[in-house]
Design a protein around this ligand. Structure first.
Ligand code: DLL
Length: 446
């Protein structure tokens, strides 16, 4: 009999177990202390916050308990743009070790910055996230998040190094090379947007490489909304556990919240560093736990760019249920989409991720899609462009029939009437990072 014990993956490997399993009361006491410090810090050092607090008639000293946060004004993306580039920073520019920025497709980019301590915290939280996903020191992590001004690449990179992993800093693109190196280096973890992971799987297929046979154990997938159906599809195609990670540049980058690989159900929000609220996006009133609304985040430890009640625009709900992994942190359930990405088609609210849930795994169809929104007189119309599976219907009649079936399912599951166009394999654009899910022709028509 072999003396070597069979390898068993630990159920709950934690990077910072003392912090991650802190009793709730201790956690909330820590949050309160850190929140007070943060409010003092912004009031003293950021003219924008001082003005906003004064206008709202609140002072940092008015915060006696965590619920008092509701008395403080919200921060929105426009505040960052209005104070472009460095006006929201709470420390002198010389104290910033790094800047990141959004792409700025709609005007000025939003700029975010980090002190040495902020970068240290970020690496720790990303290491914590990776550990919760199932990564362990010594693993090889293939990082296909884009490097550069986008926070995904460098954020995952330093977190993986902090955990003690070997990082392959691929960035996005050059997909055949990605497949080659996944094969040659035998990575255990793949960091990518879910749409790019799908692209990698498809290219691997075309190269005759069976990714499922490689040592890959987990996928660190986030930066865009995705569905449970896509999770199952990616797990089947890549032979790994697909785990959801959430973050945003304004708050930190990747690693604000993350699923644990045991439950794969809701993302533990790292509450020792962030305070999470769910508010009604219409009335802006806090909602009871469990009810869906807009996620609002206050940073508790950031030095360079503290954020007070930042409106993320992301729609989700939070759960109080204890998690099998033993972590104390509440869970943010899967983000269904941003309220600015929500389409209203003939009075029905639709998120692209809902359409994705219908399309992925649909018999004879491939999981590549785009939604095209156009105008028909005063009404908004939706056309779903989706691709036939590589071995699916080839003639026009069969494709039209498929289109009818997809249309029927979308109508019965989401309640929205749309046109469906079934395209040939390869005709829907592939993602290299964040997928473009919606083509809005309404603006072009104006
Ligand atoms: O996307 C940070 C990130 C990088 C997260 C890598 C995870 C992995 P931004 O470019 O500022 O930052 O975009 C943030 O992306 O407000 C959400 O709308 C969306 N988003 C991020 N993660 C998820 C997710 C990065 N897991 C915006 N599910 C956020 C759904 C997500 N949406």
């Amino acid at each position: 009999m072999s003396m070597q014990a069979a390898y068993r993956e630990p159920d709950t490997y934690m990077y910072q177990p003392d912090l991650e399993t802190m009793p709730r009361a201790a956690l909330e006491a820590l949050q309160l202390q850190r929140l007070k410090q943060t409010l003092d810090h912004v009031y003293a050092n950021v003219p924008h916050y001082r003005r906003k607090f004064d206008q709202a008639g609140v002072k940092p000293a008015d915060l006696k308990g965590l619920p008092d946060i509701a008395r403080f004004p919200f921060t929105v993306k426009a505040d960052l743009r209005d104070n472009y580039p460095f006006g929201m920073f709470a420390v002198p520019r010389e104290k910033l070790l790094r800047l990141h920025a959004s792409s700025g497709t709609t005007g000025k980019p939003t700029v975010v910055g980090y002190t040495a301590r902020d970068l240290d915290t970020w690496a720790d939280l990303m290491a914590r996230s990776l550990a919760s996903i199932g990564a362990k020191p010594g693993d090889i992590i293939h990082n296909a998040y884009g490097y550069g001004l986008f926070t995904g690449g460098l954020g995952a990179h330093y977190g993986a190094e902090r955990l003690g992993c070997t990082v392959v800093p691929m960035s996005g693109g050059g997909t055949e090379r990605q497949v080659q190196l996944l094969q040659d280096f035998g990575a255990h973890g793949l960091c990518a947007t879910p749409s790019y992971a799908l692209n990698i799987a498809e290219v691997a297929d075309g190269m005759g490489v069976d990714i499922r046979k490689l040592p890959l154990r987990y996928g660190v997938f986030g930066a865009e909304p995705w569905s449970e159906a896509m999770r199952r599809d990616l797990e089947a195609r890549l032979g790994l556990k697909a785990v959801d990670i959430y973050g945003l540049s304004e708050i930190m980058g990747p690693g604000v919240a993350c699923e644990c690989h045991g439950a794969q159900h809701g993302l533990h929000g790292w509450e020792d560093h962030f305070l999470f609220e769910i508010v009604d996006p219409e009335t802006m009133q806090p909602l009871p736990r469990g009810q869906p609304g807009e996620l609002v985040i206050t940073t508790l430890t950031k030095e360079a760019l503290p954020m007070i009640r930042y409106r993320t625009r992301d729609i989700t709900h939070m759960s109080d249920e204890p998690c099998a992994c033993g972590r104390a942190f509440r869970r943010i359930m899967r983000v269904t989409g941003r309220n600015d990405d929500m389409l209203i088609i003939r009075g029905v609210n639709v998120y692209p991720s809902q359409v994705e849930a219908v399309l992925v795994g649909f018999p004879g169809m491939a999981p590549h899609y785009q939604l095209v929104v156009s105008k028909d007189g005063p009404l908004d119309c939706l056309t779903v462009e989706v691709e036939v599976a590589p071995d699916g219907a080839t003639d026009d009649r069969a494709r039209k029939k498929k289109a009818g079936e997809v249309q029927h399912h979308i109508k019965s599951l989401i309640g929205v009437t749309c046109d469906v166009i079934v395209k040939a394999p390869g005709e829907v654009p592939r993602s290299q990072g964040k997928a473009i899910r919606v083509r809005d022709m309404r603006k072009a028509a104006n």
